[in-house]
Design a protein around this ligand. Structure first.
Ligand code: SF4
Length: 356
């Protein structure tokens, strides 16, 4: 996926071409405004890549972008943000109609951090799997009823084990629906690559998965590394090579961070993620998750399940403890604040004792 501002057409085309040269078959570009849609028309003129558009908040943009792309990706959870008086099923009907008219495919992109609130309400708090699956299945059922069959589904989480479980269960119920696989917010290399490989090697050899994405927190100039990693993982799986997670995996410090996209509000986000990793090395042996996200749209939701979360705005970084917001701090103030929270969390873990 491109991490450029879509309105910066030269930069977007350059990144698309860099991804293609690295071996990408499909490149996703974000569109959230009419200006993005107009830019996408120009991008289409300048590249022969298969383009998928990420409809972010504004599903009504489908009409403007569909003529320029091959696939439309929508997130069921985001259909609740605009025109809240219109039922989600009517919005999907509209999307399917636009996609049919322009011969586009659709991806129903279900994401752990932005789950359909209606589905979430039906499950116990903290259940991440149930709402994801229910949301995906409900959208498939509706698209089928509408007679729109050119769609695929993705079920992404930042926990690679949940990605495996969600996709296994979905494939058991709907083996006819193509699946796009990926671990969202997999983090920085090499951890981000490994987490993705651990998930994909449990799925692809069993016939689950049709397209893949490796999401890495790297600067835009290194986005090609996502494709190189994806090709390497596929090569390993084809050759029967596995990479096993270490025994302590999941019981140690985990840093999840988003791969960045057109929404990133401050380019300093990628460097900050790396600084967090360096700063937190002292906490490596504790079972703590820190999430670092690049924007205010998905950042707040996608940090909720981490022990400590950061989401980056244009000039401030918001620091969270679980779902609770602690405060917003300047980029040059955030690391000591995070360190203090981390030390307090470790102290609480140690005071609880081994039997707690
Ligand atoms: S958290 Fe925001 S910036 Fe990061 S990938 Fe998701 S939408 Fe893009």
């Amino acid at each position: 996926m491109c991490a450029t501002k879509t309105t910066d057409v030269p930069a977007t085309v350059a990144q698309i071409e860099a991804l293609r040269r690295a071996g990408a078959d499909i490149v996703r570009v974000a569109a959230d405004t009419q200006a993005d849609a107009a830019a996408l028309a120009e991008v289409r003129e300048r590249t022969a890549a298969n383009l998928s558009v990420d409809l972010q908040e504004n599903y009504r943009l489908a009409e403007a972008v569909a003529p320029h792309v091959d696939k439309i990706r929508y997130n069921p959870g985001h259909l609740y943000h605009h025109q809240t008086d219109i039922p989600w099923a009517d919005k999907v009907r509209y999307l399917a109609e636009v996609a049919s008219r322009h011969r586009c495919a659709i991806r129903v992109g279900v994401n752990c951090g932005s789950i359909d609130p209606e589905q979430k309400a039906k499950f116990a708090p903290g259940d991440r799997l149930g709402p994801m699956l229910a949301s995906a299945l409900a959208h498939c059922e509706l698209l089928d009823r509408l007679g729109f069959f050119q769609y695929c589904v993705s079920l992404k989480d930042s926990d690679w084990r949940l990605v495996v479980e969600a996709n296994r269960r979905f494939a058991a119920e709907r083996p006819d629906v193509p699946l796009h696989l990926g671990v969202t917010e997999a983090g920085m290399p090499p951890e981000g690559i490994l987490r993705t490989q651990w998930a994909l090697q449990e799925l692809i050899p069993h016939g689950i998965g049709d397209t893949i994405r490796v999401s890495l927190t790297v600067p835009g100039s290194r986005k090609h590394e996502e494709i190189e990693a994806a090709r390497k993982i596929l090569g390993d799986i084809a050759a029967g090579r596995r990479v096993e997670p270490p025994p302590e995996e999941g019981r140690q410090l985990t840093i999840v961070s988003c791969p960045s996209c057109a929404r990133v509000e401050n380019e300093a986000f990628v460097a900050l993620a790396e600084e967090v990793r360096q700063m937190a090395r002292f906490a490596e042996s504790y079972p703590i998750t820190i999430a670092v996200m690049g924007c205010r749209v998905n950042g707040p939701g996608e940090t909720d399940s981490a022990d400590l979360g950061l989401w980056c705005g244009p000039s401030k970084v918001h620091l969270k403890r679980g779902a609770e917001l602690i405060g917003a701090f300047a980029y040059d103030e955030i690391l000591p604040r995070l360190r203090a929270e981390l030390e307090a969390l470790i102290a609480r873990l140690e005071n609880r004792g081994p039997g707690a």
